[in-house]
Design a protein around this ligand. Structure first.
Ligand SMILES: Nc1ncnc2c1ncn2[C@@H]1O[C@H](COP(=O)(O)OP(=O)(O)OP(=O)(O)O)[C@@H](O)[C@H]1O
Ligand SMILES: [Mg+2]
Length: 248
């Protein structure tokens, strides 16, 4: 087993202006090379957990360490190596950036302040677009692409970043069934080739990538179960039944 990449100890996160924590008592260890899926019904705390891992949300209690960096002290240092595809990140038609510029933004963390992208950065961005199948949109404004096309561009941007830790929040939600399968397989292949550590959040149990090592189940802000992927798929007769079972 590889070294511990993500470690949460007794973590609570409370949103500003709220009294109750959105996630509470979270203990989690994820090692290098693991692919972990997080499932759970709407509002169970999946996005909050991801944003706590990447330091976008401050913890109210406990500690988050990523690459052994305390995220309450130096989140920027760890974040350079964290690729994040946020949930439903859709640009409206007024956003002027071309799809290829958005993908190139994935390279900015690798560049010094005010340094222009190098030839190699353009090449990596182009290759990421090819991998995800969005080269044909390269010269179109991101805001004029469909939801699924934009989601693919955001995935390409994260691939171009060459992260060590990948956080994907419902990355397939806007994709059609064929694209879902294709992109999921590509992410799994890249995960293996690059020895990424990957967390995939999904409320859709059928979107759990086949190669993932563990499935964490969240409910009402807590991790309530840990399963292996096959047993989740076998025990699921209906999604609502599965989640209802958690509450009994
Ligand atoms: N900015 C916010 N301020 C206050 N409460 C919030 C905020 N964002 C989320 N919450 C609350 O925190 C809880 C967890 O939300 P979260 O977005 O993490 O759920 P989720 O599991 O990602 O749900 P979904 O499947 O709908 O994406 C919910 O009760 C939600 O209402
Ligand atoms: Mg969410």
């Amino acid at each position: 087993m590889g070294e511990v990449i993500v470690k949460l100890s007794e973590v609570d996160t409370i949103y500003e202006g709220e009294h109750l924590p959105a996630i509470k008592g979270i203990n989690l260890e994820i090692r290098q090379g693991e692919m972990v899926s997080i499932v759970g019904p709407n509002g169970s705390g999946k996005t909050t957990l991801l944003e706590t891992v990447n330091g976008l949300l401050k913890v109210s209690r406990g500690e988050v360490r990523v690459f052994n960096v305390d995220m309450s002290r130096d989140p920027m240092r760890a974040r350079k190596n964290i690729g994040y595809v946020p949930q439903d990140f859709i640009s409206d038609h007024s956003v002027p950036f071309l799809a290829q510029d958005v993908v190139l933004m994935g390279r900015y963390g690798k560049l010094g302040l005010l340094q222009n992208p190098r030839k190699v950065d353009f090449e990596i961005a182009k290759e990421a677009m090819r991998l995800v199948g969005v080269e044909e949109f390269a010269h179109r404004p991101i805001g004029k692409l469909s939801g699924g096309e934009q989601q693919k561009v955001m995935i390409a941007r994260t691939i171009a970043q060459e992260p060590k830790l990948l956080l994907l929040d419902e990355p397939f939600s806007n994709l059609d069934i064929d694209s879902r399968k294709e992109i999921s397989e590509k992410i799994c292949r890249l995960h293996e080739e690059n020895n990424w550590t990957t967390i995939v959040v999904t409320h859709d149990l059928f979107s759990i990538p086949k190669r993932c090592n563990r499935v964490l189940v969240m409910d009402r802000g807590k991790i309530v179960a840990e399963e292996d992927p096959e047993s989740v798929m076998c025990s699921v007769k209906s999604l609502t039944g599965f989640y209802r079972g958690l509450r009994q």
